[in-house]
Design a protein around this ligand. Structure first.
Ligand SMILES: CC(C)(COP(=O)(O)OP(=O)(O)OC[C@H]1O[C@@H](n2cnc3c(N)ncnc32)[C@H](O)[C@@H]1OP(=O)(O)O)[C@@H](O)C(=O)NCCC(=O)NCCS
Length: 185
């Protein structure tokens, strides 16, 4: 059910340091994630979809808590793609009273960092073309619009496929003394 009452949407006063970020820690986190995503994303997901992500890549999903209440979550995966590894952000939600304070940015940044450390060279996701908030957030993080996917969602809305490319490690090619020695013989 959508969180639509005025009370639920009212901003909550909090210090940034009061938000605790944790990576997926087991089955007790699953209903918290499902509850948030079901409330806020248009696309319906079955419990098997949630389990697929959090069982296989628990280290890539994060939850944000304020005083014991789950206020945000990000769910991701990674896998091989054209001889490289690619991360994928499947779901991202922050509940209304906590928006606009950098919680989603922190959640996504943590997932992206884990993907990078695990060898990914890029990260992708889809967002509704009408989702100005998400498009602005990902744009700020450096994602580019790679493709438009027509009628991508069950509600008929188009999606942008967004992509973040990590800078490749620089390869330093230097002539070694050994090679010079060989050349001179
Ligand atoms: C999108 C969403 C996750 C953003 O969460 P958030 O915690 O408010 O995001 P942040 O505070 O980290 O925002 C970071 C930046 O993103 C942009 N942004 C976020 N929400 C925005 C909005 N509604 N309008 C315009 N820009 C927005 C801004 O540039 C913002 O920086 P600023 O506050 O300095 O201007 C949240 O609005 C949400 O849960 N929406 C419903 C679910 C959803 O659409 N998920 C994304 C699916 S792809």
């Amino acid at each position: 059910m959508k969180a639509s009452s005025k009370e639920e949407e009212e901003k909550v006063e909090f210090e940034e340091g009061e938000i605790e970020y944790v990576s997926y820690g087991g089955e007790h986190h699953l209903p918290l994630i499902m509850n948030l995503v079901d409330q806020e994303l248009s696309e319906p997901y079955s419990i098997f979809t949630y389990r697929y992500f959090v069982y296989l890549w628990p280290q890539l999903s994060f939850l944000a808590f304020h005083k014991g209440k789950c206020v945000g979550t990000v769910v991701c995966k990674m896998g091989e793609h054209r001889n490289t590894y690619r991360g994928y952000i499947a779901m991202l939600v922050v509940i209304k009273p906590y928006r606009g304070r950098g919680i989603a940015t922190e959640l996504v940044t943590r997932s992206i960092k884990m993907m990078m450390e695990s060898g990914c060279e890029e990260v992708t996701l889809e967002a509704e073309v009408t989702n100005k908030g998400a498009l602005a957030l990902y744009g700020r993080l450096g994602f580019i619009r790679a493709k438009r996917l027509f009628h991508y969602y069950l509600n008929g809305v188009d999606a942008f496929r967004l992509k973040l490319l990590f800078p490749r490690q620089e390869v330093h090619i230097e002539a070694s003394h050994g090679n010079n020695d060989l050349d001179s013989t």
